[in-house]
Design a protein around this ligand. Structure first.
Ligand SMILES: *Cc1c(COP(=O)(O)O)cnc(C)c1O
Length: 405
């Protein structure tokens, strides 16, 4: 049985996996110790759980446990890695390079740095959403301390050539910071192979709880940061504040599941995504893919489409039994079209018409077929309405003209 509405907005957030919840529950009830309490078994148990979670997170990204700092999520990790590194290495340089399609947590962090006197280069992307590597290399100068490029985009799913960028950044002596909130658990992520120095991830994007995340901080060669918070010196002084043991246990469990299931899940999601795309594109004209569909260059669960003649917001409202999003969820309170779609160089009409489908672990083929049917019939209806309205407008304009005469 299909349960409505169908949730297909897994880039905004994912459901907490029941196996993750199961692992978390004891830390709400009986094992509520503070991981920093050294004098009793409550504290020891909490610390032991955090240690295990640290190992699980590290394993999911090819890091070592000592390189993991727990935070409140990818927004905080992005802020910490960018402001923390730029400020620490201020005497070495004053320049940061990033992309126009980054998440607001990155773009607003580098803009904050700009107001502190740092120079910031925000590079454009190609029409397929990828960065041009020559352009990136040319943008890095002798005073560049941080290059920040997201692993996979949260709107159009574009996967950047992270290993190639890592090589370039290292050869130029800049740190490589990566927002991997959409990549961890969805793609193979290895901070060694990709020569990443700093990497942000988030629990609720990979079937863990909201409000918890992590930052990978490379130890060899050692990367240093100025912390954002002052306080008790938790997490080696990089993130003061009592550890959210329950959330951290959930993040660890989510990472452990991702490590086990990522490859199989990616295949299943790519198949479902292609099925959704095909069922819409073969039945409707005027459908455009935002971003590239080239193999290996798009998140398996991502589809972003624009429909000629249909406003994204109008389509969302009409699709009452389907939870998807238009533009960026984080800026959908404003009517500005998404900065990511605009960065592809498409016109404002197509940017306003974009719909993001985010397939996830709990979506089924039955749901995909339902969503495809709903989208097809709703787009057809909206287009018919627009044509009829256009006709009416022309008629009444004609009537006015007749009266005027
Ligand atoms: C969701 C997301 C974030 C923000 O993560 P939170 O944990 O919700 O703060 C940052 N970057 C990307 C790419 C995201 O998808």
């Amino acid at each position: 049985m299909l349960r409505l509405p169908v949730y297909m907005d897994n880039h905004a957030t994912t459901a907490c996996d029941p196996r993750v919840l199961e692992a978390m529950l004891p830390f709400f009830t009986t094992q509520y110790g503070n991981a920093a309490s050294r004098n009793h078994v409550f504290g020891w148990k909490a610390e032991q759980a955090v240690t295990e979670a640290r190992e699980q997170v590290a394993r999911a990204i090819g890091a070592s446990p000592a390189e993991i700092v727990f935070t409140s999520g990818a927004t905080e990790s992005d802020n910490l890695m960018l402001k923390g590194a730029a400020r620490y290495y201020r005497d070495r340089g004053d320049h940061v390079v990033t992309l126009a399609t980054e998440h607001k947590a990155v773009l607003d962090s580098v803009h904050a740095l700009e107001s502190e006197g740092f120079r910031v280069t925000v590079l454009p992307v190609e029409p397929d959403g990828l960065v041009d590597l020559d352009r990136l290399e040319a943008a890095i100068d002798a005073r560049t301390t941080v290059v920040s490029v997201m692993w996979a985009n949260n709107e159009i799913g574009t996967i950047q050539p992270i290993a190639a960028i890592g090589r370039i950044a290292r050869s130029k002596g800049a740190l490589f910071a990566v927002d991997a909130a959409q990549a961890v658990g969805k793609l193979e992520v290895d901070v060694e192979a990709a020569q990443v120095d700093l990497l942000a991830l988030s629990g609720h994007k990979l079937y863990g709880p909201k409000g918890v995340g992590a930052l990978f901080v490379r130890r060899r060669p050692k990367v240093r940061l100025v912390p954002l918070f002052d306080g008790g010196g938790h997490e080696k002084g990089l993130r003061s504040g009592t550890l959210d043991v329950t959330g951290i246990v959930g993040l660890g469990a989510a990472c452990a599941l991702a490590t086990l299931e990522q490859a199989i899940e990616a295949e299943r999601l790519a198949t479902l995504r292609d099925r959704l795309h095909e069922r819409i594109a073969t039945r409707l004209a005027g459908v455009h893919v935002n971003g590239t569909m080239a193999r290996g260059l798009r998140l398996p669960g991502n589809l972003n489409l624009s429909f000629d003649g249909v406003e994204g917001e109008a389509l969302l409202l009409a699709l009452r039994d389907v939870a998807v999003s238009s533009g960026s969820a984080c800026s959908s309170a404003s009517i500005e079209p998404s900065h990511v779609i605009r960065a592809l160089g498409v016109g404002p009409d197509r940017a306003h018409a974009s719909i993001r489908f985010g397939l996830g672990r709990f979506n089924t083929a039955e749901e995909v077929d339902f969503v495809a049917d709903q989208v097809t019939s709703t787009v057809t209806k909206l287009r018919e309405l627009a044509t009829a309205e256009g006709g009416l407008k022309r008629e009444s304009a004609g009537a006015v003209r007749l009266r005027d005469r």
